[in-house]
Design a protein around this ligand. Structure first.
Ligand code: ATP
Length: 365
């Protein structure tokens, strides 16, 4: 917290549709803060991303990292462009460096049905989907990102690293979240997703999960192999509450679950550590629709909701929670009443139009 009730937000819009959805998000936040008088947000926009790397040779400048480190929270659009790649052929993804630099070990991906948005599931219980994936984000199968491991053009190796410390803290986070959700009326259940039948690394993760579970007798638990979890998430996603898993499994399951509630444009996320929080949509830069005013900014706006809730909790400012609630309910009302009809689902509303409608819904709340 800077002075009085002013909070500094570092904004990293990035590449592709990240730029368009961030612009809408900042307009909405500006209006929301004026309307609720919750706090003043001091927004500092900083460069980073694949485009910046192409122009300067650096993807995440030191100054950007320092501003992000000093800020009360970071709002992040999306980064990466298919044509900008490392020598190993991978995309430039400074978000991974940011996660490590700020030690954002818990990737929180809430998946909740938005009434009025199309779901691919025919079962009416799809209306009840309300789960959270907690993805470990500092190790796992992403441990070797950025370190060349291709040998003699013959073998490529990426290691799966699971540490006790890394696992305990993310599992602990998942149980605390389940406790919080239980207080809010959810079942209080954590599912450990792993591949313990094959990979010793994730068998170790499961062992640590079971040890921590003993500290939370009120919370129900089960363990599921990642392949079975993929099946069950499509078959009956309404049965899940909180899932905790390693980095790569969480990455894949997040996209699968975004698909269950309609699409990438609806799934928000929060990257949380003990000291920092970065809030960004689950989707990437979507180069196929970038610059065309076609991107759905809803996931970005819901990520801003997560940011306001986190800031409220962290600084004890209840008005921020009310602002979060106002924004979230405006979005849900917009979909359920048919006021918001994004181009992502064949509707007429482009990126800016969705933002404008959310602003009108907040004004009329
Ligand atoms: P990454 O690998 O970083 O996840 P990507 O470009 O491979 O990035 P996404 O950007 O997540 O994948 O998107 C996959 C597809 O989903 C896009 O090509 C786009 O058609 C669609 N999509 C993603 N986000 C949105 C959005 N906000 N609005 C509309 N469509 C989207």
């Amino acid at each position: 917290m800077n002075n009085g009730n002013e909070l500094q937000i570092a904004v990293l819009a990035g590449d592709g549709i990240g730029i368009e959805i961030m612009s809408v998000c900042l307009e909405v936040l500006d209006m929301l803060c004026r309307r609720t008088a919750a706090v003043k947000l001091d927004v500092v926009s900083m460069p980073a991303g694949a485009g910046y790397y192409r122009d300067t040779g650096t993807a995440l400048p030191q100054e950007t990292l320092e501003v992000a480190r000093r800020a009360d929270a970071v709002l992040f659009g999306a980064m990466g462009l298919p044509e900008v790649r490392t020598a190993e052929g991978t995309e430039i993804q400074p978000q991974l460096d940011l996660r490590l630099a700020l030690d954002l070990y818990a990737g929180v991906r809430p998946i909740r049905t938005i009434a009025g948005a199309p779901t691919p599931l025919a079962d009416p219980r799809a209306a009840e989907i309300d789960l959270v994936i907690v993805r470990e984000q500092t190790e796992g199968l992403f441990s070797d990102v950025g370190q060349a491991r291709v040998r003699n053009d013959a073998v490529a190796v990426d290691r799966m690293v699971i540490s006790r410390k890394g696992s305990e803290r993310v599992v602990e986070f998942a149980f605390k979240l389940a406790e919080q959700r239980k207080r809010d009326g959810r079942p209080g259940h954590v599912t450990c997703v792993d591949k313990a039948n094959v990979l010793a690394s994730t068998a170790f993760f499961r062992k640590i999960f079971k040890q921590r579970a003993e500290l939370y007798p009120e919370i129900k638990t089960d363990c599921m192999y990642v392949d079975a979890a993929s099946l069950n998430l499509v078959r009956a996603p309404w049965r899940f509450d909180v899932l905790v898993t390693e980095n790569m499994f969480g990455d894949i399951l997040s996209d699968l679950c975004a698909g269950l509630i309609g699409g990438m444009g609806l799934a928000p996320s929060a990257d949380i550590g003990d000291e920092h929080g970065v809030f960004q949509p689950c989707h990437g830069t979507a180069p196929d629709i970038a610059g065309k005013d076609l991107a759905n900014p809803t996931a970005m706006l819901l990520s801003a909701v997560l940011m306001l809730e986190w800031l409220s909790h962290r600084h004890g400012i209840d008005a921020l929670n009310q602002a979060a609630h106002l924004l979230e309910s405006a979005i849900h009302r917009g979909y359920s009443e048919g006021a918001i009809r994004p181009a992502e689902f064949g509707g007429p509303d482009g990126t800016r139009a969705v933002g404008q409608k959310v602003i009108e819904l907040i004004e009329n709340a």
